[in-house]
Design a protein around this ligand. Sequence first.
Ligand code: GCV
Length: 665
Amino acid sequence: MKKICLAVIIFCLGGCINAFSEDGSSLWLRQKGGKNTRVVIPFESAVMKIARDELQKAMKGVSVILKYDKEASAKEEGFSIKYEKGNYIVSSPSEAGLLYASYHLIRMEAAGELTTGINVKESPAYGIRVLNHWDNPDGTIERGYAGESLWQWDELPGIRSERYEQYARANASVGINGTVLNNVNASPSILTSAYLIKVKALADIFRPYGIRVYLSVNFATPMITDNLATADPLDNDVRVWWKKKADEIYSLIPDFGGFLVKANSEGQPGPCDYGRSHADGANMLAEALQSHGGIIMWRAFVYSPEDSDRAKQAYNEFKPLDGKFHDNVIIQIKNGPIDFQPREPYSPLFGAMHRSKTMVEFQITQEYLGFSNHLVYLAPMWKEFFEFVPHNTLNAIAGVANTGTDKNWCGHHFAQSNWYAFGRLAWNPELTSEEIAEEWLKQTFSADNGFVESVRDLMTESREAAVNYMMPLGLHHIFAWGHHYGPEPWCDIDGARPDWMPSYYHNASEKGIGFDRSSLGSNAVAQYPPELKSIYDDLRTCPDEYILWFHNVPWTHKMQSGNTLWNELCVRYNNGVSSVRKFCNIWGKQKAFVDDERFRSVSAKLEIQLNDAVWWRDACLLYFGEFSGKNVPSDQEKPGYDLQKMKDFRLDITNFESPLNGYFE
Ligand code: GCV
């Protein structure tokens, strides 16, 4: 009888726990059960108060002593943790380091890894670990899929949303130490005095969390806001204008980080408008900030419609400028040579700028990976980049943020894992995707072993799945016109830039498919180091993953799997769909470990993802099949949709809840 009662109680409790809903707003910082924890801080300050409060809120029955110790780490933000005589001893040469260490302890406890044998020494791989927000002053976010901008510009500086501090806290908990508040397609108004006092209000809130504020700037700002006749970087009035602006900013925000600049790219103004180089432009701004300790992050994302191969252009334009940039300029380069595609080879500009500082720009927001509808865990993609570009050759790291006003911050509960993973990899690029997924899952959902293992595997497979159902074998940029969500390999808009059209990239014909970047084609392969060049250049040795990136391949070509190209394409697209079916199945079994609200939300999004995967597969196989002249092999699932109907379909980008529901039926 007793046993039955106990079982009933446990069942009810389990039921209650699962029925209890969570909206995801607490992110991975859900630990609230702190009890009897003693925290000794070295002195009273805003930062130390946060560290003490966090430890007391999350840790149970332990004693933690925070020590300010110059010898604890060679790097300012580093720290050590050990256990001595009943106390966890946390040491760092900086307050920020002590705060990071506190979050480290909390993370270890949540992951069940905290033992008295602890002996941790940590320091960040990069001194600058920034989020880039593509947020506009009107509250919209370019490529944002989680609501509106977090920054309520019309309310600032007077009204300060609670979310600002929560945002800073989340970043600090994973080691992110900078934020570029506004879009790289920058509104000049951000540098007006009226906005700068708003920026100051945010900087004041973020400071105790170790986060510096940066701004994207429009190169023509002096002309637009102050009627200067030119923005020529060599013009004296222009130089004086920027110096004065820098002085104004630093008088308000003494630890202001610096500027991020998109110049002469996609219509933005820049030094080339005056016959000057990117180095002239970057150096002029660098001089304005230098005495204040500020930096310039100058983007290398440039391409013009005239050139025959967009993938070559950043290299062609920036490589000759190597060594010409000031010390406080860092060239910010996207991970791949085109634009955040599901898979790209690394940008060859990395490793080509030996005498300049460089940093990588990853995209956390899923512009090309199903927005906030698809579960795509991005750590494997970023780890893939580090396989080619050793992390210690870079000077900093940036990620385009995926946050917004949605309750759960990122739109999809699992998109939070990408914000988390970016921070963790920016701190330590040697962590594995699996390790990061595990620690995130334990903190965000449940530490149950079975749950963690199944969902970790789902997460780590999800990026490859997305590549397969969207653009396998090196295909790229075959998205629909007007948005980057669904497939439109047939898209052909009269008068549009050719390098914005899918056919520019896939080149499908009766002969084959792919972009010939070999030495017989655009010769983009020549931008890679000789060992890689020879591998990529030869159709027989080019890895399947990149084959249609570097070659135009005959449909009958024998792939490494032994399949013909056409058959392999069918297999890959079908693998993508099967993977998502499997994800739905795996997730369906996790009900016992996840509260109802988040369980249902993720299930609903997975359903959309499955619809979309089928949409991608059918659109691409039906369309490319018209060129290959071949049928889907008999052992593969056939497309069920009708090509003409798919061509006629226009996605309503204001309604992503279930874009396809019933449309093609
Ligand atoms: C902020 C791509 C995106 C643009 C983005 C641009 C960039 O083209 O589609 O929205 O603009 O990259 O990174 O500057």
